[in-house]
Design a protein around this ligand. Sequence first.
Ligand SMILES: [Zn+2]
Length: 74
Amino acid sequence: MVLKIIIVAILAFLAYILLFKKSREKEISSKKNEKITDEMVECPTCKTYVSQKEAIISNGKFYCSKECLENKEG
Ligand SMILES: [Zn+2]
């Protein structure tokens, strides 16, 4: 039956699209994560720029060192 073949072809095509989309989303999100860790942020205490990778995070703020974290104002 030709109709059966068409239905199977459509299902296979949809499965392919879904798998392709998922793998693309994974790729994009992993790239996003890389970007976040490389981003430069300003230390609120000494105004020095540090990468998020090396910064100390406290209350949603990025500090360049433990000293700045302890000497924070406000
Ligand atoms: Zn600092």
